[in-house]
Design a protein around this ligand. Structure first.
Ligand SMILES: Cc1cc2nc3c(=O)[nH]c(=O)nc-3n(C[C@H](O)[C@H](O)[C@H](O)COP(=O)(O)OP(=O)(O)OC[C@H]3O[C@@H](n4cnc5c(N)ncnc54)[C@H](O)[C@@H]3O)c2cc1C
Length: 437
């Protein structure tokens, strides 16, 4: 792919984690890339407030393979980035992850079967194991999840957990925004350009294919490849490109809150705790610096989806969701204090119809998408960049990906990554229809 007036082969819209990784991977393949973002720095979109959990508990095999391959980028981060960052490099904290089980644990059991097939390590924990490692947990089953305004919320629990599945390889990244900056520095070392404070307001076409982008200041940048990695603005950009209607899988922004509370008195959750998926109460939580616990939503059916306009949404923590998530956590950890002062963030997921991302080309030749990350693709930052770069180079090299879908061998695991699974035109995948996908 060569030859245009600005000297760029590709324009990546969005300098979040995925956009910065795509920029790096294309640059490493010799492409001249400019990454454009309307914000002032890399990783200041939804990446900024990511819980940054790295886990492999997906209900589909292709989704699990992608996440398992994705882990290895974090394990090899300094070598992968390959340069210094004046802001330092991120740290991957491999604290392990628990899935708490009840009699009707559909999602964890699906996950367990896939892990067994792929050889992903896990341990089955009894309630005694759980009590030994996490003495702060109440083993009652409170489900199905409810809102605190439901008077059944405080009912005496009817049953008990049946155990847990522990995944020792999982963890979280300490600073997701820094991750995007690390990728920016690595991409710049390969010759990539980053243009901040530059909003894309139009997608240019010429000769039946994409030819560049128009910016809010009236300038244009030309290139024969443009990649939409706009996070929660993905559908706005697809509409600018005129491809929104042609895609079977749609994306839209959904607001989510994440809250931070201190560990229960006398227990150091930061060093002793694990990432925990608690489908029974409707939350996930993980260790957080300062001996805190970070609590997010598992998207239980009783919580109305909070669809949002990406440019106009409430960025403050709400009383009702704070109560819902923190009180759910306090049922599982009765010693957890519920602070008077609310602490946390509100930000947007870019949710696809089946909570699986879309990594694909589009009907407009040269226009690609890495979108629909559905609150669960930060963990795949490195591998998603790799997938997009392989896809783009293959399609621009003549591959008919729609009819002969690309399969990539994972660089670290050697497992087959079926890129067609992430197609814009798939039938919706059979998933948990939640952040756990
Ligand atoms: C609260 C929360 C918790 C999460 N927790 C996890 C987790 O624990 N684990 C996990 O794996 N994933 C998690 N995620 C998801 C993860 O953070 C995202 O998948 C990932 O960060 C997405 O990165 P991105 O680069 O695609 O998008 P973003 O980071 O949103 O980047 C998109 C960029 O595009 C730019 N942009 C948009 N429109 C334009 C335009 N017109 N012109 C120029 N620039 C534009 C924006 O400014 C932005 O910087 C979470 C997300 C949220 C919101």
């Amino acid at each position: 792919m060569r030859g245009d007036s600005d000297g760029f082969d590709a324009i990546v819209i969005g300098a979040g984690a995925t956009g910065a990784a795509t920029t790096l991977e294309l640059s490493r393949r010799g492409w001249r890339v400019v990454c454009v973002d309307k914000n002032a720095t890399a990783g200041s979109g939804s990446t900024l407030n990511s819980s940054a959990i790295v886990r492999f508990s997906y209900s589909t095999k292709p989704g699990t393979i992608l996440a398992w391959e994705g882990l290895h980028y974090w394990l090899n981060w300094p070598e992968y980035i390959g340069v210094d960052d004046e802001n330092r490099l991120i740290e991957f904290r491999q604290c392990g992850k628990l899935m708490l089980l009840t009699d009707d644990s559909d999602h964890p059991q699906r996950v367990r079967a896939i892990w067994q097939e792929l050889g992903i390590p896990f341990e089955d924990w009894s309630l005694e194991d759980l009590a030994q490692r996490l003495p702060i947990f109440d083993h009652s089953s409170f489900g199905p999840p409810k809102r605190p305004t439901d008077e059944a919320f405080w009912d005496e629990p009817a049953g008990k957990l049946t155990g847990a599945i522990y995944s020792p390889s999982a963890g979280y990244v300490n600073d997701p925004q820094l991750c995007a900056h690390n990728l920016q520095r690595a991409a710049e070392a390969e010759g990539a350009h980053f243009r901040f404070n530059s909003q894309v307001t139009g997608i240019l076409r010429s000769g039946g294919r994409v030819s560049g982008v128009e910016l809010g200041d009236g300038n244009a940048i030309h290139a024969l490849v443009v990649v939409n990695v706009g996070g929660p603005h993905s559908n706005v950009i697809n509409q600018l490109a005129g491809v929104y209607d042609s895609m079977k899988i749609k994306t839209r922004a959904m607001r989510h809150e994440v809250h931070i509370v201190p560990s229960p008195e006398g227990f150091d959750y930061e060093s002793e705790g694990h990432v925990t998926a608690d489908h029974d109460t409707g939350i996930y939580f993980r260790p957080e610096v300062g001996n805190n616990i970070l609590i997010g939503s598992a998207d239980p059916a009783c919580d109305e989806p909070d669809w949002a306009e990406p440019d106009h949404f409430d960025e403050t923590v709400s009383e009702s969701q704070w109560e819902a998530q923190v009180l759910r956590a306090s049922r599982r950890m009765p010693e957890l204090g519920v602070p008077y002062q609310k602490k946390g963030v509100a930000d947007l997921y870019d949710v696809s119809d089946d909570w699986v991302p879309v990594y694909d080309r589009t009907e407009l030749d040269g226009f690609y998408v890495a979108i629909g990350t559905s609150g669960n693709q930060f963990k795949n930052t490195g591998v998603a960049g790799h997938v997009m770069a392989e896809l783009i180079t293959s399609v621009e090299g003549g591959l008919d990906h729609d009819h002969n879908p690309l399969v990539i061998e994972g660089h670290y695991t050697g497992l087959p990554i079926e890129v067609g699974f992430f197609s814009r035109n798939r039938d919706p995948a059979n998933t948990s229809m939640s952040v756990f996908a």
